[in-house]
Write a protein that binds this ligand. Structure first.
Ligand SMILES: C[S@@+](CC[C@H](N)C(=O)[O-])C[C@H]1O[C@@H](n2cnc3c(N)ncnc32)[C@H](O)[C@@H]1O
Length: 197
């Protein structure tokens, strides 16, 4: 594991105090990030969803990997219609908002009233070109190989904590906890935890 990915995992652990009750990782991809923040033998409480509805061409393949990786840890859900409305105490959106500002609206029905929405995403818009290149971790490199450098650069510098709070507050969520690159020693991610009214 490279140094920055390790620090990313440290950030994921900051979510831990909020991971209570039924937790859904919305847009889990291959489950590699999900697997970092869920405990072992927690299959009754943890759920991970990605689906063919997303239009991503390799969702089927990613979900097969997620099932292997999350075995005994989480229930992997493959279709949106299998998600129950108002069922989840917590929904996590990991690196999801920068690609789709409507994603909160999409997962909103599945979160209980009073439940927590945890958003973790790239916070790189303040970086110089040099610092941006320096911030590229193994996971980013994989994405750059799959897509291309400029598209990833655009997406990873698109939004910051302020934009995230603007969207969640616009949906009447109450902000509970926020961290950005400044409060994370320059670590280029933000974390925004908010509560559904
Ligand atoms: C950038 S990846 C993030 C994956 C994972 N959360 C992570 O951090 O490694 C985006 C993932 O979100 C999924 N996705 C995109 N739009 C979605 C939607 N509307 N509903 C559910 N999943 C979606 C894609 O299939 C893809 O697996």
């Amino acid at each position: 594991m490279d140094k920055r990915t390790f620090r990313y995992f440290a950030l994921l652990r900051k979510m831990n105090p909020y991971l209570e009750g039924k937790v859904l990782d919305f847009g889990c991809g291959d489950g590699s990030i999900t697997s970092v923040f869920i405990p072992l033998n927690s299959k009754n409480n943890f759920f991970a969803y990605d689906g063919p509805e997303t239009g991503e061409h390799d969702v089927k393949n990613m979900l097969s990997q997620a099932k292997i990786l999350l075995k005994n840890r989480a229930n992997v859900i493959e279709r949106k219609e299998y998600l129950q409305e108002g069922y989840f105490d917590v929904i996590t959106l990991i690196c999801m908002l920068h690609g789709n500002e409507n994603i909160i609206e999409e997962c909103h029905p599945y979160l209980k009233k009073g439940g927590h929405l945890i958003i973790l995403d790239h916070d790189k818009s303040h970086l110089t070109d040099e610092d941006y290149i320096e911030s590229i971790a193994d996971a980013d490199l994989k994405e750059i190989m799959q897509r291309n450098y400029n598209d990833v650069l655009r997406d990873h510098t698109r939004m910051d904590l302020y934009d995230c709070c603007r969207i969640t507050r616009g949906m009447r969520y109450k902000t509970v906890k926020t961290l950005n690159h400044r409060t994370l020693d320059g670590f280029p991610f933000y974390l925004c935890i908010s509560q559904k009214n």
